[in-house]
Design a protein around this ligand. Structure first.
Ligand code: SF4
Length: 238
């Protein structure tokens, strides 16, 4: 059986496993050659909690776009300090600085795909070069694109992407947070159930889907970390 087939078989097998069982396998399999990403919002807490209970020093990539709400940055520092987390900030390639110096205020509205590429996708592409496997917290109920993801994926460049939360729902996440008394992002109570960068996130109503406040009204639902954009490396730094 080819390696790609083995990964497909594993993904199939994990459809009925819990996130904790998937994480235990991933961390046993890849040891120190594994990292997870986290956006440090309320929904991120269960995965962070589970992974760091299994491997307290796991590398945690936090994408510091420079556009975050200050509440997110404070929450990240607070949780990292209280849980003694190994958080690594990812930032844009400094070769974009001159371009961003001229476009800082306008780029999120004028070209959000380029902005996400510069601030999220490219830094993550670089960071995952240092590991064999990357754990992400995406769930099938979040976006149409994520509905088709697999629990374990072999990417073209050989990177193994592991999505242990894929089959969890918002209700599962909330139940876990309550059961374990996990901290919540300070903006949750103001109607921010899914939080990204400040220029691209608005508060939502009780009847809206969790991600309705992300790039609202702009025809964009994904930053590119979990789409085809992540596999493309064709933007040239000016
Ligand atoms: S979410 Fe908005 S501000 Fe953040 S990187 Fe993407 S376009 Fe830029």
């Amino acid at each position: 059986m080819s390696f790609a087939d083995q990964i497909r078989q594993k993904a199939e097998e994990f459809e009925t496993k819990s996130p904790q069982e998937i994480l235990e396998w991933a961390i046993r399999e890849y040891g120190d050659d594994i990292a997870m990403s986290s956006s440090f919002q309320t929904q991120s807490m269960p995965l962070l909690h589970m992974a760091t209970r299994i491997k307290p020093d796991i590398r945690i990539f936090f994408i510091e776009t420079g556009y975050h709400f200050w509440e997110t940055l404070i929450f990240c520092v607070r949780v990292a300090s209280e849980w003694n987390l190994n958080v690594i900030d990812l930032r844009r390639d400094p070769r974009w600085d001159a371009f961003m110096g001229q476009n800082l205020r306008t780029l999120p509205a004028e070209d959000p795909n380029l902005c996400c590429y510069i601030h999220k996708v490219q830094p993550m592409q670089k960071a995952v070069n240092s590991v064999w496997a990357w754990i992400s917290g995406i769930r099938r109920d979040q976006t149409e694109e994520r509905a088709y993801a697999r629990i374990v994926e072999l990417q073209d460049d050989g990177l193994i992407k592991i999505n242990p939360m894929l089959n969890w729902t918002t209700a599962d996440v909330n139940r876990y947070i309550e059961e374990h008394n996990l901290p919540t992002h300070p903006l949750l109570e103001k109607g921010y159930r899914s939080i990204g960068c400040a220029p691209c996130t608005v508060a939502i109503g009780a009847d809206d889907s969790d991600r309705a406040g992300r790039w609202a009204g702009r025809g964009k639902t994904e930053c590119g970390l979990h789409t085809k954009m992540f596999k493309q490396k064709d933007y040239v730094v000016p």
